[in-house]
Design a protein around this ligand. Structure first.
Ligand code: ACM
Length: 687
């Protein structure tokens, strides 16, 4: 993975020493393209005002008002005024000038300039959307100087590296109510993301009510769906923040929920029930049935009319075609037309769908499987498969771009896999090192983080999205060279707190779950354990897709755990630094003693909270491993040998401690292992 460099050329050390010191980074994510920072400050006072000028849409006034509210809430200054009109422009503290009205469309203009100096604060942008991006930067710049809130003097020139910076929300596996969408649109706006892709249908649910086919939600949604009016609210809320909304109706596979009410459109002579498990399932629309095209034409027409965006996502992924293989009529159709494979049959289907959408003035986009030789080059290819599926990551992205398709990347950005922020951060859609000509490079529009929701609910989704999504937002907005992982993590922890201001639940919900699990006890010992675990990675938490069903509880231990166990990461890094000679043994010892003593405090909680029995071994393992670490650390500091048998026993325990507990895994074992390595190394050096 990313950290497995074998050696670093010496020249790099020379270069690194020329880069600005860490302290000179502003605390902004995504990092702006050009920042010129001065050591002077503009202090914020209660008479702070904003004035707008130029040609802009009303959303700028709305966002400026929200900006003032957020700034007032952050500083507690009790601002006297919201905004001043044009006549007060000269006196306003923050002057915003916009050239023209912005369009929330694929080529939206988001660039801005932000200057803070003796003359006050100035934002200049081509469109109101750029000015809205600037306001988000400005809020993140607030700092404390001389005991007061202030903005640093700075000159920022900023524009996105990629035009498509999305979040795909799977609202099919678990439905997400409006307030979840709203607060996460606020987070997207704070991080300058600009596309919300709603995955509205899948095997587990059809989430959009239509007049043409009301039975789709009546029978295929458990009563959980969006009305047209609700979708319009989402679209408006997003547009106010310069965010597009792209709908996805996944066909011809992932179609169980459609077939529950329309079995006659399926490829098997059967009836269908809403799928409750996770995985790839057989129910598939019948591409040889003309009624399927009539149905999709009507359905898409109604859905397309709701969404102003030119793109319409047709899914197209993971169709194994097993029901096609088993259907004699479909086989005869293929033979008659010389269609040899299921993939070719899906191509036939896709091309007909593409035409239906083109007639409705929509550009078809789909997961990478839709890229077949006859697919018109106007389609957008959504690259998602990677090593997990046995293909080279980004292979389809580059193949698409080289053959003239616009394309976006999601491989590497699957937040549901519970990888670390670092792994997402280092996945660059189009690094300079990859061999792409200018034409191909221009076809790579950006990427989307994917939040598949088999294992999340409306309550836990925030803690899966954030703060890791901020690392991806930075990858898609900022320069390729902005890739220092430690510096990213430094700002990520600031952004993590910052996002709570938007009433996101990524910090509070895990704590709430812990309080519930603690059953009236002080949850602190549980917190100590939780801080060093991460949920099982990839798809291992849910073996076979059947350990969890959509109605399972998602309020247990693993649901409180998050993907970046910061305390464990810091511990592992400190062990490395200690072994290189840094005086960190006292803080390491304190940490290890805390962990060692923790299990005795967890035991009485588990006794009163049987739902926690699943973490009993996990908790014992942390204490045992910490004890080994402490003994090893003390021996290293005292330059004392430890018997080889003791180390062997400790290592055996570490191996056992890798077992999951409550579907989570300890992340601080690596640091303990390094301490044991050092003990062994010293003994062998003595021999
Ligand atoms: C996908 O993850 N099946 C697009």
């Amino acid at each position: 993975m990313s950290r497995s460099y074998i050696f670093v050329p010496l020249v790099l050390f020379v270069l690194v020493s020329c880069l600005p010191a860490k302290a000179q980074y502003v605390n902004v994510m995504p990092y702006p393209q050009k920042v010129d920072l001065q050591d002077k400050h503009y202090f914020i006072a209660k008479d702070f005002t904003i004035a707008l000028s130029g040609d802009y849409r009303p959303r700028l006034a709305a966002q400026a008002t929200r900006f003032l509210r957020r700034l007032d809430e952050q500083t507690g200054l009790f601002f006297q005024q919201f905004q001043v009109d044009g006549s007060g422009y000269k006196e306003a503290n923050l002057k915003i000038r916009v050239e023209k009205k912005g369009e929330v469309l694929p080529d939206m203009k988001e660039a801005y300039e932000l200057t803070i100096d003796d003359g006050g604060l100035h934002i200049i942008a081509d469109t109101d959307i750029g000015a809205i991006r600037a306001l988000e930067t400005l809020l993140q710049l607030v700092e404390v100087r001389e005991g007061r809130y202030a903005f640093p003097y700075v000159q920022i020139q900023d524009a996105p590296r990629f035009s498509w910076r999305g979040l795909m929300l799977d609202v099919a596996r678990h439905f997400m109510p409006l307030e979840v969408i709203y607060r996460n649109l606020d987070a997207m706006a704070a991080l300058k993301l600009n596309v919300l892709h709603l995955h509205l249908s899948d095997d587990q649910g059809f989430r959009i009510a239509t007049e043409t086919y009301p039975e789709l939600t009546e029978l295929g949604s458990d009563g959980l769906f969006y009305t047209k009016a609700e979708l319009q609210k989402i679209i408006n809320y997003a547009a106010e923040r310069g965010i597009r909304v792209v709908p996805e109706i996944d066909v011809p596979g992932h179609a169980t929920a459609i077939l529950v009410s329309h079995p006659e459109l399926g490829s098997a002579d059967t009836t269908y029930q809403i799928q409750r498990y996770a995985g790839i399932f057989d129910p598939t629309l019948d591409p040889t049935n003309e009624a399927v095209y009539e149905f999709l034409e009507n359905l898409f027409e109604e859905v397309a009319a709701i969404f102003p965006d030119p793109y319409f996502h047709i899914g197209g992924d993971e169709n194994m075609g097993r029901h096609w293989d088993a259907n004699e009529k479909i086989q005869a159709f293929m033979q008659a037309r010389g269609i040899d494979t299921n993939h070719e049959l899906q191509t036939y289907f896709n091309i007909r769908i593409e035409k239906i959408l083109a007639d409705q003035n929509k550009i078809t986009m789909g997961w990478e499987e839709i890229m077949t030789p006859d697919m018109p080059k106007s389609a957008l290819i959504h690259s998602w498969r990677g090593a997990w599926e046995g293909v080279t990551p980004k292979a389809s992205l580059y193949a698409a771009a080289r053959s003239g398709y616009d394309a976006i990347l999601s491989n590497g950005y699957y937040l549901d896999l519970m990888m670390t922020a670092e792994e997402h951060y280092l996945m660059d859609p189009a690094p300079a090192s990859v061999d792409l000509d200018d034409e191909a490079r221009s076809h790579i529009l950006g990427g989307e983080m994917c939040m598949w929701s088999e294992l999340v609910t409306e309550h836990t989704i925030d803690s899966r999205l954030w703060p890791r999504g901020a690392a991806i937002a930075e990858r898609l907005w900022s320069a390729e060279e902005v890739n220092d992982v430690d510096e990213m993590y430094r700002r990520l922890s600031i952004v993590n707190q910052y996002l709570e201001r938007l009433h996101l639940k990524h910090v509070s919900e895990p704590k709430r779950i812990l309080r519930q699990l603690a059953a009236g006890h002080d949850p602190k010992p549980l917190e100590t354990l939780l801080e060093v675990v991460e949920p099982m990675k990839g798809y291992t938490r849910n073996p076979g897709g059947t350990m969890y069903a959509s109605y399972s509880p998602f309020t247990l231990w693993a649901d409180a755990a998050t993907a970046d166990a910061r305390v464990a990461r810091v511990f592992n890094e400190q062990v490395e630094a200690f072994l290189k000679g840094e005086a960190l043994h006292e803080s390491l010892k304190t940490q290890l003693i805390t962990w060692e003593a923790n299990h005795d405090q967890v035991v009485p909680i588990i006794e009163d909270s049987p739902v926690l029995k699943q973490i009993s071994n996990l908790s014992a393992n942390l204490s045992e491993a910490a004890k080994s670490g402490r003994v090893a650390l003390e021996a290293i500091v005292a330059q004392r040998e430890l018997p080889a048998e003791w180390v062997a026993r400790a290592r055996k325990q570490l191996v056992e401690a890798r077992a999951n507990g409550g579907r989570t895994e300890l992340q601080m074992l690596e640091g303990v292992e390094r301490l044991l390595d050092q003990v062994d190394y010293r003994r062998s050096a003595q021999d």
